[in-house]
Design a protein around this ligand. Structure first.
Ligand code: ATP
Ligand code: MG
Length: 281
């Protein structure tokens, strides 16, 4: 390099474009909703499970795809972690839960709950593809897809496998650093040409069980601000409830026993149904 020349950064990579993809809905599925986040541990699986159960309680036929191959949590949260899969002439049969939701997950293929899946990307890709294409979802109103954490390679793969979903629901937590990741998730979805149906602010405050006062552990309200800034719908806030963790560990979806959770998810599912109806016209 000649003396005095300024070294410049290489140009930014081209935005990721969605591949042409198939333009058929998964056989027998009316709506596909993707549950995504900019980072891990914000409550995607909690939202995916409870939103599924809430839709099923409204009388819809609902399927849940646990697309997190490395950390498949949905069967445990639905109390079916000891089930195994089988196939019939129509395809792989998803596991029925007592909450009206059928679920498919890597967890059903592991010998024990503690077994780690040490698979390279291509194999994980193949597994998710089978969950979407080879499962018999006959006459399902909603299939929800619980994404792996973040906006990396895994999330990209799953998005590419579902080229005509109805859109993405982004789960965020209200800390400043997490909000930055939330913006990234929204922009990721847009670059993938996915509609963003809205954002849910989870772990938004904590109602003290003793005095009933709200404590904003991670601050709150940031989700609404981000939604406004990014021009997407704000679907609702879900506070921290200690029994959400306990119930998830016991395999009972929180909306079954916690009336506040039932109300939050009742209202969130109404907004999503309304948004989908609007999009169809
Ligand atoms: N509103 C809430 N109140 C209390 N606990 C919650 C709430 N939401 C989620 N949790 C708990 O936080 C933990 C992480 O939630 P969850 O597994 O749903 O996150 P995730 O985004 O799916 O994580 P990962 O990125 O690892 O898949 C779980 O133990 C869950 O029970
Ligand atoms: Mg999860």
């Amino acid at each position: 390099m000649a003396q005095g020349t300024i070294k410049v950064n290489p140009p930014p990579p081209q935005p990721i474009m969605a591949p042409p993809g198939k333009s058929v809905k998964y056989k027998g599925v009316k709506h596909t909703l993707l549950i995504m986040s900019g980072k891990g541990g914000v409550g995607k699986s909690t939202v995916a499970v409870n939103l599924s159960v809430s839709l099923a309680k409204k009388g819809f036929s609902v399927g849940l795809v646990d697309a997190d191959i490395n950390g498949p949590d949905d069967p445990k949260m639905l109390g079916v972690s000891d089930m195994k899969l089988y196939a019939d002439e129509s395809g792989i049969v998803p596991v029925k839960t007592e909450y009206g939701v059928r679920v498919i997950s890597m967890a059903f293929m592991l010998p024990t709950e503690d077994t780690a899946v040490i698979w390279r990307g291509a194999l994980r890709h193949k597994a998710v593809q089978q969950f979407l294409e080879d499962v018999s979802w006959q006459d399902t109103d909603y299939v929800l897809i619980d994404f792996p954490p973040g906006t990396g390679d895994e999330a990209l793969t799953v998005s590419q496998l579902v080229p005509d979903s109805d859109g993405v629901i982004i789960v965020i937590t209200p800390q400043e650093v997490a909000l930055q990741d939330a913006k990234k998730a929204i922009s990721f979805a847009r670059q993938m040409h996915l509609d963003v149906l809205g954002v849910i602010e989870n772990m938004s405050g904590f109602i003290c069980p003793h005095c009933g006062k709200n404590v904003d552990i991670f601050k709150s309200g940031g989700g609404e601000r981000i939604a406004k800034e990014m021009g997407v719908q704000f679907l609702g806030r879900i506070p921290i409830y200690p029994d959400v963790v306990e119930m998830a560990d016991m395999g009972i979806p929180a909306v079954i026993r916690n009336s506040n959770m039932m109300e939050h998810f009742g209202s969130i599912s109404e907004k999503i149904i309304a948004q989908l109806k609007k999009d169809q016209h």
